[in-house]
Write a protein that binds this ligand. Sequence first.
Ligand code: ATP
Length: 271
Amino acid sequence: ELSKSGWLLDITKLKLGGNIGEGEFGAVYEGEYLGQQVAVKTIKCDVTAQAFLQETTVMTKLQHKNLVRLLGVMLHKGLHIVTELMTKGNLVNFLRTRGRSVVNSAQLLHFALDVCEGMEYLESKKLIHRDLAARNVLVSDDSVAKVSDFGLTKVVSKAKSDNAKLPVKWTAPEALKKEKFSTKSDVWSYGVLLWEIFSYGRQPYPKMSLKEVKEMVEGGYRMEAPEDCPPALYSLMRLCWEQEPRRRPAFNKLREKLEREAGKHSGGEGG
Ligand code: ATP
């Protein structure tokens, strides 16, 4: 069944390279598959490839310039997920290691737009990411930001014991309290991701415990703007963090607003 699907890759055609990251469920390696640079993610937990495919047939149909492309899976002492290689790693490390002296606000805005476009595509497909955060955004060789780990969260959290730990600092209040996940809870996470981008990869809600974050956010507390953050961008974050999900903008609206913002600064006329 799996081999017929076309998503089962031939392990003999893989040249495995070094370790490039640690995921929650196993290591990530770089490699080469039929001449293409790839990343190979190993999944330690007990998901069969069949189960994976059942859950992710939808994922195999997703193609967008701002989503990390799935190339296929391999079965070898567990499950291996093969995707395009994102040579500049995850967005948090990218921003932390380069910082303000290297990455300007136009580039930050570009990353924000990249992610928004990827999410707009998922939104148009009525798919919910559930784990949108800067650590799950990867940067390509030509510095395009792409959303990763979509679809997988669902499979994996099913496979884990039920009370899987939610990424509290990124999860909308209604999702934390009532498990009401929606595109609008993704929009909340996107607001936190914007905050991460414009703070150059800082940990959100610095110095607050998860319990404090849960309680304070429920009570209406919101993060302050990152240092030197353009006011228009902070306004967008606040819209994403509306308590009432319906009042949060959709990704297509957010994308329009971001494009307007990018247009203002791309003219080079200055002032
Ligand atoms: P999370 O807890 O965020 O769900 P995870 O288990 O899904 O983590 P990943 O985030 O997918 O693990 O991978 C861990 C790290 O490996 C990433 O932060 C990144 O640095 C690296 N990595 C993953 N996929 C790729 C890729 N396609 N190209 C380059 N590096 C990658």
